[in-house]
Design a protein around this ligand. Structure first.
Ligand code: MN
Length: 205
């Protein structure tokens, strides 16, 4: 997905819309994927359409090197390219009934004290992030870190390798959780695809 080039396309969800019930509801998944994510894709395509030099670049290349994007398209690539990339990364990392195991579990224990302490630290950051954005587990210079990005900014723009993320824009949770972001984040922790996180960790190492 990250090596997509213009014209960008929205991939179907890799599972049913109700696959994450009751933690993330079916109606939210329809709106979030089919409407919100689709809009990022459409607006990214509109912004890049008249920039032929950008048609050779992958989505990752565009977002990782924003200064190389002509100023006329830079804000749109940052916002909508970031939106397309972040959501494309987010969907496959959601799955019910996996457990944190393997090398990622050992690494989280080593860096944060325990997997539970990592979850507590991640929850704190995700629930207190002001406004719209994302909380992430990333690798930077070989070290694991919990970070946030505002709006649709991507860790790739800062040279960080994303391993796990939660979307804390209100559109991600408002229908079911309204203003109760902490409940949504608690539910999110139950649908992390740890197998996939472990694969990303091994690849990043
Ligand atoms: Mn979103």
């Amino acid at each position: 997905m990250f090596d997509q080039k213009y014209p960008f396309k929205l991939a179907p969800l890799p599972y049913a819309y109700n696959a994450l019930e009751p933690f993330i509801d079916e109606v939210t998944m329809h709106l979030h994927h089919d409407k919100h994510h689709q809009t990022y894709v459409d607006k990214l395509n509109a912004a890049v359409a008249n920039q032929p030099a950008l048609h050779q670049k992958t989505l990752s290349e565009l977002v990782a090197n924003l200064p190389a994007v002509p100023e006329a398209a830079r804000a749109a690539v940052r916002n909508h390219g970031g939106g397309h990339l972040n959501h494309s990364f987010f969907w496959p990392l959601l799955k019910k009934d996996t457990s944190c195991a393997g090398e990622i579990a050992a690494a989280l224990s080593q860096h944060f004290g325990s997997v539970e302490k990592f979850k507590a630290g991640f929850t704190e950051v995700a629930t207190t992030l002001f406004g719209s954005g994302w909380a992430w587990l990333v690798m930077e210079s070989g070290k694991l870190k919990i970070i946030t990005t505002a709006n649709q900014d991507s860790p790739l723009s800062a040279g960080q390798i994303p391993l796990l993320t939660v979307d804390v824009w209100e559109h991600a949770y408002y229908l079911k959780y309204q203003n109760r972001r902490p409940e949504y984040v608690e539910a999110y922790l139950k649908v992390i695809n740890w197998q996939k996180v472990n694969e990303l960790y091994l690849a990043a190492k």
